[in-house]
Design a protein around this ligand. Structure first.
Ligand code: PEP
Ligand code: MG
Length: 899
């Protein structure tokens, strides 16, 4: 087996496509060497080698020593130096690098090969004693920490790590001698410092610092491999979902020195600005330093050029000014690398006595706005194709473009006081209030408020509208607060269980601390984090290129994209964001606020009716409101399908609680208040989510279905008369058997015939279909399709019923399920492809067997989640439907799935 891959002198055994084997760093060094860039020669031990090493309990595979010896000899040949030589010693670095970058999570050792035997030769050769001892003290500090302290059998005598002890010794020296910077310590002191360091290592770790270059090398390689299983690396892998089996590569590379005095330097740069995407070379550098000094943040780095100057560094000289020739060479490399990789890169370089060396390059991380700008710029520069342009922006990055967000820099320095579910994206801050009424009043008086509630119900809707953000102690991702907030693109966090509310006192308690009405908090709705005080917001400026980008995206998208919208207002927004129809119009949402309370009142009247007469009268009164809303939406969406769902009100949410509401109703129904209360109590169910809801309501009270179908078809008929082209789709919710569909279809047919006659029409172009949101309906899909033109997966309920997880009560356990790895992701946010996904796949197949042209969509909240959209595409769904503000994300995800 080949474990070792060499690079240098314009040639390499590998290239950039081999990140799996060589790690990102090794692969890109090989690529840069092949491009003829000034890369110090070296070789990479493969990830296979790491895996063999780790699985054998820390033994190097046979033949590895021979391979390393041969590769080292090649490097020595190229560099004209010899590892361990007393006259002309070569030093190397041992650097970790996994397939995907894991910044700072694994170990690196520099200056390997420096020891009493090689020090005099290096001093003679460089004529720079100070530099040599500076390199040596760095080696001792790193090696003792990374290799020796973690080695088996080493028992440190105290808890304070060796690194901090050595750091302290150096700080004490600086203080004693009045040296401000590390670079002020002269050669003589550094030399003594190295002696003290070695003595300390012996005392603390009980072993001698290795004086043989060979031993240092193998110790460092082993430490790099073992750092794959270090605590930091493991946690990072869990967060990023990186598999344990990947392993890390180890690159052994000739050292070049940025710490050889004023004409040496080290730096990090991005080929374009990673924050905003501007096509300007952007970076930082430090004279007389090694790489760790730049990343560690101990010194304020200098700007690379005039484009990189800011308030903090503008007084410092740029590389462009200090070393114009080197800068010009670096600039040319920047251009060549971008042309070659056709992407923005982040690069690391070192300058040794005015000679430039490239130490690393990789595709750089970037913000959402930067990703968009770069993709569009590179397309215009003809650097990338349209398809590549579409692939360059992650769907989640679009989110950043559409909502104001909390300034990430400010978040880093602030403490999180509570965590909940990230229900509505973006950021918001404001004064906390505890009732919807206060939210409205404070808002009217010009204040910015955050509405804090135990959970929300329809009576809160105005307060939710008025608030900058919403925070609830209970509820899940699909709770109403979340649905409504996302629909409005409003920042919202739900299920923050650590918040204890006291409404009487108008305060909330988090841990030991009390927050009173009027106190200011900030919400990061994209992450579900709550902060004390007002954090800075970054404006999601409407990028003029966003629309142009989305036009390209739509060229490559094949699956339809619709929206979940319940009001003409949402519908207008959704058109702007590219909706091709409405996939879910929840009729009951018209009762949450709007311009009058009348519909909600009438709905309650209907719900509390005791007799069919009472109910019919209430329905009669409700009809005009229903028809008006549906008609307005059909009109706005003229020529596009609008899926109108028959009433699916969770009854418990609509039963009136307040005394005023109860009195009003008593008057209207001409009964006693006590009767209203009693009727309300009778409607209480122990499990309302599985209670008298959806189609069941229409089975018990067919007059409700009849009123609704009439409202839909009459609205359409009137529009047709006006020369419009309404395309209503009637959708029956919460079904589990085709007979339910047949029952409601009979009513629909009757009303349809009636309306054709009244309006003297030949036909109305409408469809009749069902939601698939109960596992039984999914299993009976072939039968269901006999009476349905279309299916729409209601994955909120389908997930609830498949897992048996109440969708409004996941707050108590979901975090534990995720933390303990019981499930990989919240199935209410992203479709559970293993379980729920099987039901979807099965119903698509069965449904289309019965009816090959069956239209199939999804309208659960997962419809706006990138992985779920890709899953829907793979399963041949006709369209996905999501809230208006998530449409761009769904469009991009669908296009990427098709490419
Ligand atoms: C669903 O269950 O996925 C759905 C869209 O319906 P609702 O959320 O209104 O129950
Ligand atoms: Mg549902």
């Amino acid at each position: 087996t080949t474990y070792v891959y060499s690079f240098g002198n314009g040639a390499a055994d590998g290239d950039a496509t081999q990140a799996e084997l060589l790690g990102g760093k090794g692969a890109n060094l090989a690529e840069m060497a092949q491009l003829g860039l000034p890369v110090p020669a070296g070789f990479t031990l493969s990830t296979d080698c790491c895996n063999d090493f780790l699985s054998s309990g820390g033994n190097y595979p046979g033949k590895l020593r021979e391979q390393v010896q041969a590769a080292l000899a090649t490097v020595e040949g190229i560099m004209g130096m010899k590892f361990g030589d007393t006259e002309n010693p070569l030093l190397v670095s041992c650097r970790s690098g996994a397939r995907q970058s894991m910044p700072g999570m694994m170990e690196t050792v520099l200056n390997v090969g420096l020891c009493p035997a090689t020090i005099p030769g290096l001093i003679k050769k460089t004529g720079n004693e100070r530099f040599v001892y500076d390199a040596y003290r760095r080696l001792i500090m790193m090696y003792a920490d990374v290799v020796m302290e973690k080695a088996e059998g080493v028992e440190p005598i105290d808890d304070m790590g060796i690194r901090s002890q050595l750091d302290r010794i150096m700080e004490d020296l600086k203080e004693e001698k009045n040296y401000i910077n590390d670079t002020d310590i002269p050669a003589e002191d550094l030399k003594n410092l190295c002696d003290t360091f070695k003595k300390t290592v012996r005392e603390v770790l009980g072993v001698d610092f290795p004086d043989k270059p060979e031993d240092q090398l193998w110790g460092a390689i082993g430490a790099v491999f073992k750092s794959w299983n270090g605590r930091r690396a493991i946690s990072y892998r869990r967060i990023e979902g990186i598999p344990d089996q990947w392993g890390t590569a180890c690159t052994v590379q000739s050292m070049v020195f940025g710490n050889m005095g004023a004409t040496s330097a080290t730096g990090v740069a991005f080929t374009r600005n990673p924050a905003n995407g501007e096509n300007r070379f952007y970076g930082e550098w430090l004279p007389d330093a090694q790489g760790e000094d730049v990343v560690a943040g101990t010194r304020t780095p200098n700007p690379l050029n005039k484009d990189t100057k800011n308030d903090q560094n503008e007084h410092l000289p740029s590389l462009e000014e200090e070393m114009p020739e080197v800068y010009a060479q670096l600039y040319e490399i920047r251009n060549n690398l971008e042309k070659h990789y056709r992407d923005m890169l982040d690069i690391e370089f070192t300058i040794q006595e005015k000679r430039l060396y490239m130490l690393q390059c990789r595709v750089g991380k970037r913000t959402g706005p930067a990703a968009l700008n770069m993709a569009m710029d590179m397309l215009e520069e003809k650097m990338i194709t349209e398809k590549e342009c579409v692939m360059r922006v992650k769907p989640s990055q679009l989110d950043e473009l559409l909502h104001p967000i909390v300034d990430p820099a400010h978040e880093k320095t602030s403490t999180v006081i509570a965590k909940g579910l990230p229900a509505g994206p973006g950021g918001a801050f404001g004064q906390i209030v505890f009732t919807a009424k206060d939210a409205v009043e404070w808002h009217k008086s010009g204040k910015q408020v955050i509405l804090v509630r135990e959970e929300t119900n329809p009576e809160d809707v105005e307060g939710m509208r008025a608030a900058e953000g919403i925070l609830t102690a209970r509820g899940g991702m699909t709770s109403h607060a979340a649905l409504v907030a996302r629909g409005w693109g409003k920042c919202c966090i739900v299920g923050a269980a650590m918040i204890k509310l006291d409404f009487k006192a108008k305060e909330m308690r988090i841990g030991g601390k009390v927050y009173k009405e009027g106190d200011v908090v900030t919400l990061n709705g994209s992450k579900g984090l709550v902060y004390e005080g007002a954090l800075k917001m970054v404006d999601a400026t409407e990028n003029p290129r966003f629309k142009a980008f989305m036009t390209i995206v739509d060229k490559y998208r094949t699956m339809g994209v619709r929206t979940n919208a319940d009001s003409p207002q949402d519908t207008l927004v959704s058109l702007e964001y590219g909706a091709e129809g409405i996939g879910l119009f929840r009729t009951e949402h018209m009762f949450y606020g709007g311009d009058s309370e009348e519909p909600l009142f009438l709905l309650r009247k209907m719900i509390l009716s005791d007799t069919e007469d009472e109910r019919r009268q209430a329905l009669e009164e409700l009809f005009p409101f229903m028809k008006r809303d549906i008609q307005a939406t059909l009109e706005t969406m003229d020529g596009m399908p609008v899926t109108i769902r028959l009433l699916d009100p969770p009854l418990h949410e609509f039963v009136p609680h307040g005394r005023i509401h109860q009195e009003e109703l008593a008057k209207a129904l001409d009964i006693e208040v006590d009767d209203v209360v009693r009727r309300g109590e009778e409607l209480q169910e122990s499990n309302p989510m599985m209670g008298h809801r959806g189609v069941r309501l229409g089975i018990t009270y067919p007059e409700i279905t009849e009123m609704q179908v009439r409202a839909i078809l009459e609205a359409a008929a009137e529009l047709i008369r006006q020369g419009k082209n309404p395309l209503p789709e009637i959708m029956v919710p919460v079904t589990c058997d085709v007979k339910e569909l047949i029952f409601a279809k009979a009513i629909t047919d009757r009303v349809y015939a009636d309306i054709l006659k009244t309006f003297s029409l030949d036909s109305i172009d409408y469809k009749y279909g069902t939601m698939i949101e109960i596992p039984r309906a999914a299993l009976m899909a072939d039968k269901m399709a006999e009476c349905a033109d279309f299916f729409s997966f209601g994955t909120n309920d389908l997930t609830q019923m498949t897992f048996g997880f109440s969708r409004d009560d996941t707050g108590g356990f979901m975090a534990d399920y995720l933390d303990k790895g019981i499930i990989d992701a919240d199935p209410f946010q992203t479709i559970d492809q293993d379980g729920v996904g099987q039901l979807i796949q099965y119903s698509v197949e069965r449904g289309r067997k019965t009816r090959p042209d069956l239209k199939i969509g999804i309208c659960g909240e997962q419809g706006g989640d990138p992985a779920s959209v890709a899953f829907c595409y793979a399963n041949n769904l006709t369209y996905v439907s999501c809230s208006p503000f998530r449409l761009p994300i769904a469009r991009l995800s669908a296009a990427q799935a098709a490419l």
